[in-house]
Write a protein of this length. Structure first.
Length: 81
């Protein structure tokens, strides 16, 4: 991923007051954490709707597994087939 893309994404997060840069680290603001929590709730609700027939107690385990996959870095486009 090019630095221009990262710089643009960081600028957008900053402009929307979702994150700040502190000591060269991107840190979510309160609004950013609230937005992240809302996105996580929406993702969980969508997953629950897709898994309608599954036991609700299993949803959390599956959501945790899928969340872990979603948080893994994807690498650069050239390395994908």
């Amino acid at each position: 991923m090019g630095t221009d893309i990262v710089d643009s994404a960081v600028a957008q997060l900053h402009d929307r007051r979702l994150a700040t840069v502190t000591n060269n680290l991107l840190v979510l603001t309160d609004e950013g954490r609230n937005t992240k929590a809302g996105l996580e709730r929406a993702r969980h609700q969508a997953l629950a709707a897709l898994l309608g027939d599954w036991d609700p107690e299993e949803h959390a385990d599956l959501a945790m597994l899928l969340s872990g996959l979603g948080e893994r870095p994807l690498g650069d486009e050239e390395g994908r087939t």
